[in-house]
Design a protein around this ligand. Structure first.
Ligand code: BG6
Ligand code: MG
Length: 220
Protein backbone atom coordinates (compact mmCIF):
# COMPACT_ATOMS: atom_id res chain seq x y z
CA UNK A 1 0.00 0.00 0.00
CA UNK A 2 1.30 3.45 -0.88
CA UNK A 3 1.94 5.10 2.48
CA UNK A 4 0.63 8.50 1.44
CA UNK A 5 -2.48 7.23 -0.32
CA UNK A 6 -5.27 9.29 1.15
CA UNK A 7 -8.46 7.34 1.75
CA UNK A 8 -10.38 9.65 4.02
CA UNK A 9 -10.83 13.28 4.87
CA UNK A 10 -11.90 14.03 8.44
CA UNK A 11 -13.48 17.45 8.82
CA UNK A 12 -13.99 19.38 11.99
CA UNK A 13 -17.50 20.88 11.97
CA UNK A 14 -17.71 24.21 13.83
CA UNK A 15 -15.78 26.87 11.92
CA UNK A 16 -14.86 24.49 9.07
CA UNK A 17 -18.05 23.30 7.39
CA UNK A 18 -20.26 26.03 8.84
CA UNK A 19 -19.77 29.18 10.86
CA UNK A 20 -21.19 27.87 14.11
CA UNK A 21 -18.14 29.41 15.82
CA UNK A 22 -20.14 32.66 15.56
CA UNK A 23 -23.23 31.04 17.10
CA UNK A 24 -21.17 29.59 19.96
CA UNK A 25 -19.84 33.13 20.49
CA UNK A 26 -23.33 34.66 20.59
CA UNK A 27 -24.53 32.04 23.06
CA UNK A 28 -21.54 32.46 25.39
CA UNK A 29 -21.80 36.26 25.04
CA UNK A 30 -25.44 36.21 26.15
CA UNK A 31 -24.52 34.12 29.19
CA UNK A 32 -21.51 36.35 29.96
CA UNK A 33 -23.66 39.50 29.77
CA UNK A 34 -26.27 37.98 32.06
CA UNK A 35 -23.57 36.99 34.54
CA UNK A 36 -21.70 40.30 34.35
CA UNK A 37 -18.60 38.68 32.86
CA UNK A 38 -16.44 40.43 30.27
CA UNK A 39 -16.27 38.43 27.03
CA UNK A 40 -15.25 39.72 23.62
CA UNK A 41 -15.17 38.36 20.09
CA UNK A 42 -11.40 38.27 20.45
CA UNK A 43 -11.70 36.12 23.58
CA UNK A 44 -13.93 33.79 21.58
CA UNK A 45 -11.06 33.03 19.20
CA UNK A 46 -9.43 31.19 22.10
CA UNK A 47 -12.50 28.96 22.43
CA UNK A 48 -12.37 27.46 18.92
CA UNK A 49 -12.34 23.69 19.30
CA UNK A 50 -12.39 23.95 23.09
CA UNK A 51 -14.87 21.79 25.02
CA UNK A 52 -17.99 23.23 26.65
CA UNK A 53 -16.55 22.78 30.15
CA UNK A 54 -13.18 24.32 29.33
CA UNK A 55 -14.94 27.20 27.58
CA UNK A 56 -16.91 27.91 30.74
CA UNK A 57 -13.72 27.88 32.81
CA UNK A 58 -12.23 30.45 30.44
CA UNK A 59 -15.38 32.57 30.65
CA UNK A 60 -15.38 32.53 34.46
CA UNK A 61 -11.86 34.02 34.58
CA UNK A 62 -11.04 32.47 37.91
CA UNK A 63 -14.47 32.95 39.49
CA UNK A 64 -15.16 29.71 41.35
CA UNK A 65 -18.53 28.02 41.07
CA UNK A 66 -19.77 24.66 42.32
CA UNK A 67 -20.09 21.81 39.83
CA UNK A 68 -23.90 22.14 40.10
CA UNK A 69 -23.70 25.85 39.18
CA UNK A 70 -21.28 25.06 36.38
CA UNK A 71 -23.73 22.51 34.96
CA UNK A 72 -26.55 25.09 35.15
CA UNK A 73 -24.45 27.73 33.37
CA UNK A 74 -23.40 25.30 30.63
CA UNK A 75 -26.93 24.11 30.10
CA UNK A 76 -28.18 27.71 29.84
CA UNK A 77 -25.53 28.46 27.20
CA UNK A 78 -26.43 25.26 25.40
CA UNK A 79 -30.11 26.23 25.39
CA UNK A 80 -29.22 29.55 23.70
CA UNK A 81 -27.00 27.72 21.21
CA UNK A 82 -29.69 25.17 20.42
CA UNK A 83 -32.22 27.96 19.77
CA UNK A 84 -29.82 29.33 17.15
CA UNK A 85 -28.90 26.09 15.39
CA UNK A 86 -32.59 25.37 14.83
CA UNK A 87 -32.42 28.02 12.11
CA UNK A 88 -29.51 26.42 10.21
CA UNK A 89 -30.16 25.30 6.63
CA UNK A 90 -28.00 23.97 3.77
CA UNK A 91 -27.39 27.63 2.85
CA UNK A 92 -25.25 27.85 6.00
CA UNK A 93 -22.55 25.56 4.61
CA UNK A 94 -19.45 27.73 4.19
CA UNK A 95 -18.37 28.63 0.61
CA UNK A 96 -16.69 25.76 -1.21
CA UNK A 97 -17.87 23.05 1.19
CA UNK A 98 -20.73 21.58 -0.88
CA UNK A 99 -18.68 21.19 -4.11
CA UNK A 100 -15.69 19.82 -2.17
CA UNK A 101 -17.81 17.13 -0.51
CA UNK A 102 -19.29 16.15 -3.87
CA UNK A 103 -15.87 15.96 -5.51
CA UNK A 104 -14.38 13.94 -2.64
CA UNK A 105 -17.20 11.45 -2.98
CA UNK A 106 -16.64 11.26 -6.76
CA UNK A 107 -12.93 10.60 -6.07
CA UNK A 108 -13.96 7.65 -3.86
CA UNK A 109 -12.69 9.21 -0.69
CA UNK A 110 -14.39 8.56 2.60
CA UNK A 111 -15.77 11.60 4.41
CA UNK A 112 -15.96 11.88 8.17
CA UNK A 113 -16.71 14.55 10.73
CA UNK A 114 -14.94 14.77 14.08
CA UNK A 115 -16.42 17.43 16.31
CA UNK A 116 -16.07 18.24 20.01
CA UNK A 117 -19.71 19.30 19.98
CA UNK A 118 -22.54 17.28 21.45
CA UNK A 119 -24.82 19.12 19.04
CA UNK A 120 -22.94 17.89 15.97
CA UNK A 121 -25.55 15.43 14.69
CA UNK A 122 -28.30 18.04 14.73
CA UNK A 123 -26.09 20.60 12.95
CA UNK A 124 -25.11 18.06 10.28
CA UNK A 125 -28.74 17.08 9.79
CA UNK A 126 -29.85 20.70 9.38
CA UNK A 127 -27.00 21.44 6.97
CA UNK A 128 -28.32 18.59 4.82
CA UNK A 129 -25.03 16.68 4.65
CA UNK A 130 -25.83 13.69 6.90
CA UNK A 131 -26.04 11.29 3.96
CA UNK A 132 -22.61 12.38 2.69
CA UNK A 133 -20.86 11.46 5.92
CA UNK A 134 -19.41 7.94 6.36
CA UNK A 135 -18.56 8.37 10.03
CA UNK A 136 -19.25 10.87 12.79
CA UNK A 137 -17.39 11.32 16.05
CA UNK A 138 -18.81 13.93 18.41
CA UNK A 139 -18.53 15.28 21.94
CA UNK A 140 -20.00 12.04 23.30
CA UNK A 141 -17.66 9.64 21.49
CA UNK A 142 -14.51 9.77 23.60
CA UNK A 143 -13.50 11.11 26.99
CA UNK A 144 -10.33 13.02 26.16
CA UNK A 145 -10.98 15.92 23.81
CA UNK A 146 -8.51 17.73 21.54
CA UNK A 147 -5.53 18.21 21.67
CA UNK A 148 -5.67 14.47 22.49
CA UNK A 149 -5.81 12.40 19.28
CA UNK A 150 -8.56 10.09 20.64
CA UNK A 151 -11.53 11.41 18.64
CA UNK A 152 -9.66 11.31 15.32
CA UNK A 153 -8.40 7.78 16.00
CA UNK A 154 -11.93 6.74 16.95
CA UNK A 155 -13.27 8.08 13.65
CA UNK A 156 -10.46 6.46 11.62
CA UNK A 157 -11.31 3.12 13.26
CA UNK A 158 -14.98 3.56 12.33
CA UNK A 159 -13.93 4.19 8.72
CA UNK A 160 -11.54 1.23 8.70
CA UNK A 161 -8.55 3.33 7.61
CA UNK A 162 -5.16 3.94 9.20
CA UNK A 163 -4.06 7.37 10.49
CA UNK A 164 -1.58 7.93 7.66
CA UNK A 165 -4.40 7.48 5.17
CA UNK A 166 -6.33 10.39 6.70
CA UNK A 167 -6.22 14.10 6.07
CA UNK A 168 -7.77 16.29 8.77
CA UNK A 169 -9.24 19.75 8.20
CA UNK A 170 -9.53 21.93 11.33
CA UNK A 171 -9.70 25.61 12.26
CA UNK A 172 -8.38 25.36 15.82
CA UNK A 173 -4.86 25.16 17.22
CA UNK A 174 -5.93 22.25 19.46
CA UNK A 175 -7.31 20.44 16.39
CA UNK A 176 -4.01 20.76 14.51
CA UNK A 177 -2.19 19.39 17.55
CA UNK A 178 -4.62 16.48 17.80
CA UNK A 179 -4.16 15.56 14.13
CA UNK A 180 -0.37 15.62 14.38
CA UNK A 181 -0.55 13.53 17.57
CA UNK A 182 -2.76 11.04 15.69
CA UNK A 183 -0.13 10.73 12.92
CA UNK A 184 -2.45 12.32 10.35
CA UNK A 185 -1.74 15.06 7.84
CA UNK A 186 -3.61 18.26 8.52
CA UNK A 187 -4.94 21.30 6.71
CA UNK A 188 -5.36 24.33 8.97
CA UNK A 189 -8.03 26.89 8.14
CA UNK A 190 -7.43 30.44 9.31
CA UNK A 191 -4.50 32.69 10.18
CA UNK A 192 -1.03 31.15 10.59
CA UNK A 193 -0.97 32.65 14.08
CA UNK A 194 -3.69 30.11 14.94
CA UNK A 195 -3.11 27.12 12.67
CA UNK A 196 0.50 27.64 11.58
CA UNK A 197 1.54 24.16 12.79
CA UNK A 198 -0.59 22.50 10.11
CA UNK A 199 1.04 20.89 7.04
CA UNK A 200 -0.92 23.29 4.84
CA UNK A 201 -2.60 26.56 5.85
CA UNK A 202 -5.59 27.81 3.86
CA UNK A 203 -7.82 30.81 4.52
CA UNK A 204 -10.95 28.66 3.99
CA UNK A 205 -12.29 25.92 1.69
CA UNK A 206 -13.58 28.25 -1.03
CA UNK A 207 -12.29 27.00 -4.40
CA UNK A 208 -10.47 24.01 -2.86
CA UNK A 209 -10.56 20.72 -4.79
CA UNK A 210 -9.67 17.18 -3.65
CA UNK A 211 -6.33 17.28 -5.48
CA UNK A 212 -5.27 20.18 -3.26
CA UNK A 213 -5.69 17.82 -0.33
CA UNK A 214 -4.64 14.55 -1.99
CA UNK A 215 -1.35 15.94 -3.21
CA UNK A 216 -0.38 17.02 0.26
CA UNK A 217 2.52 15.27 1.82
CA UNK A 218 3.78 16.22 5.25
CA UNK A 219 7.13 17.94 5.09
CA UNK A 220 7.69 17.53 8.77
C1 BG6 B 1 -16.41 22.68 19.24
C2 BG6 B 1 -16.52 24.18 19.19
O1 BG6 B 1 -16.58 22.15 17.97
O2 BG6 B 1 -17.40 22.15 20.12
C3 BG6 B 1 -16.44 24.77 20.59
O3 BG6 B 1 -15.44 24.70 18.39
C4 BG6 B 1 -17.51 24.12 21.46
O4 BG6 B 1 -16.64 26.17 20.51
C5 BG6 B 1 -17.34 22.61 21.46
O5 BG6 B 1 -17.41 24.61 22.80
C6 BG6 B 1 -18.43 21.89 22.28
O6 BG6 B 1 -19.67 22.11 21.68
P1 BG6 B 1 -21.09 21.85 22.37
O7 BG6 B 1 -22.09 22.12 21.25
O8 BG6 B 1 -21.12 20.44 22.82
O9 BG6 B 1 -21.21 22.80 23.50
MG1 MG C 1 -13.67 24.13 14.79
Amino acid sequence: MIPWATRAVIFDLDGVLTDTAELHFQAWKRLADEEGLAFTREDNERLRGVSRHQSLEFLLQGRTVSEVEAEALMSRKNKYYQQMIRRLTPADLLPGVAPLLTELRQANLKIAIASASRNADEVIERLGIADQVDALGDGNSVERQRPAPDLLLHVARQLGVSPEQCVVVDDAAAGIEAALAAGMRVVGLGPASRVGNADIVLANLDGIHPEDILAMKSEK
